[in-house]
Design a protein around this ligand. Structure first.
Ligand code: NDP
Length: 400
């Protein structure tokens, strides 16, 4: 029996679990293991009557390698799909090494106290994974994830070299709150309040947060302001795609979101430095998370679409070529299908597909790899089949 252990039972995991249950030919068994077992049990109760996939649940503290090893040894999954938080990446990788089990995640490791995400910690596991004969697939969400698969696909089928990549992440959804985040608020706010950066001629160029702004007219959404952010896939794509001169990442934000964020920053609420409050140490950002709407509750209220994709500029047969690959996803359709909004959906579907690539042996090489290092074709087919169809444009409007 082919089995997958899913760690975490939040917004993204819930979508991935729904998708595994729709795909019971591959996912014959799943175990949902998370910190709060009641969430895993509630999802099992909802989904078990609808699927042939045999669902089990367990409580686990994924910061504890020993607990993870014991659980993996008792369930014996073919792959562990890590959909907890980036802080747990290394302990889960350690447990996979100890049990010789394949590993998949959607976000790179970030130490709790530095808000600086980079691949060096996980790339340091390469030799050990090679020697153990197991695969770690890093970044199998949308961005990182599908953006890397799009890049590998563009490289394989459309270019001899890609010189410029602009990744555009547009969320045209409206949840009706003055301020809320679409996924884990702590991770989201750490990401957007950090300095921006991009890679040009092999060097990182740093910007102030939200310093670089562009306006883009997105198909299915319309015109939106977008801002240059640091994003983790820039680091791996600049290494893995041939001929890169510059790679940037832009995300759209509405004015209300930015005004609230600025105010929260100004009063110190987004800080990750612990402070003393009534004799107890608290982290302001964690406290803020506790008072913001839970992203899991945004599904029924969010209307509109997302449009996420990559614009490639490079050369084919000596000629300049431009190519835009993107996906449009509708918040309400996602909610009807799996009870979540499009941000969780666009991450949870590729997470299921990444695990499927490993479980079916379509992607099979020992070591630690970013997603663009595998053959993109079976993943691109699976995106069309499992709810994230892609579109292409051979004459896109470029970003200056
Ligand atoms: P949530 O906060 O909704 O869910 C996280 C889950 O992990 C919760 O169920 C939580 O348990 C569980 N968890 C946290 N700590 C532990 C622990 N120590 N042991 C066991 N379980 C734990 O987050 P999201 O679903 O929004 O995000 C999940 C991941 O997806 C994150 O890493 C995020 O960065 C990534 N992501 C990637 C994207 C991409 O495109 N690549 C886009 C969006 C997100 P509890 O229920 O008890 O809180």
């Amino acid at each position: 029996m082919k089995k997958c252990m899913i760690i975490g039972c939040g917004g993204v995991a819930s979508v991935a679990i729904h998708k595994c249950c729709q795909n019971s030919e591959v996912f014959e068994g799943i175990m949902i293991a998370s910190r709060t077992k009641s969430k895993c049990d509630a999802l099992k109760e909802k989904l078990q009557p609808t699927t042939k996939t045999v669902i089990e649940t367990a409580q686990v503290n994924a910061d504890n390698v020993g607990e993870l090893v014991a659980l993996i040894n008792s369930y014996k999954p073919d792959v562990v799909l890590n959909l907890a938080l980036p802080y747990q990446d290394l302990t889960i990788m350690d447990a996979c090494l100890a049990t010789k089990t394949h590993y998949v995640d959607t976000a790179n490791y970030e130490p709790l106290d530095t808000a600086k995400f980079e691949y060096k910690w996980q790339w340091a596991y390469r030799e050990r994974f090679e020697q153990a004969g197991i695969t770690a697939l890093l970044g199998s969400g949308f961005d990182p994830g599908v953006t890397g698969v799009f890049s590998a696909y563009a490289m394989k089928h459309h270019f001899d070299e890609i010189n410029y990549i602009d990744i555009l992440d547009c969320n045209g959804g409206d949840h009706g709150y003055p301020f809320a985040t679409n996924f884990n608020p702590e991770i989201n706010i750490r990401e957007v309040s950090a300095k921006g950066s991009y890679i040009e001629d092999g060097k990182w160029i740093e910007t102030e947060p939200m310093e670089i702004k562009r306006v883009y007219n997105f198909k299915g959404v319309g015109e939106k302001d977008m801002y240059l952010l640091h994003h983790e896939e820039l680091e791996s794509l600049a290494l893995n795609i041939k001929g890169i001169k510059r790679i940037r990442f832009f995300m759209t934000f509405g004015q209300s979101y930015l005004t609230h964020l600025k105010c929260l920053e100004n009063v110190g609420m987004t800080s990750i430095e612990p402070i003393m409050y009534e004799g107890k140490e608290i982290v302001p950002l964690q406290f803020l998370k506790a008072v913001l709407p839970d992203p899991a509750t945004l599904g029924p209220r969010t209307v509109g679409k997302t449009n996420i994709g990559c614009i490639f500029r490079g050369k084919k047969d000596g000629k300049d070529k431009n190519y835009y690959l993107y996906n449009i996803c509708d918040h309400q359709e996602c909610y009807k299908e799996v009870g979540s909004q499009a941000i969780s959906y666009t991450t949870g579907v590729p997470a299921m597909i990444g695990a499927m690539m490993i479980m079916t042996g379509k992607w099979n090489k020992a070591g630690v790899y970013n997603i663009e290092e595998f053959d993109p074709d079976p993943f691109m087919d699976a995106l069309n089949k499992w709810g994230l169809p892609w579109e292409e444009d051979f004459n896109p409007v470029l970003v200056d």
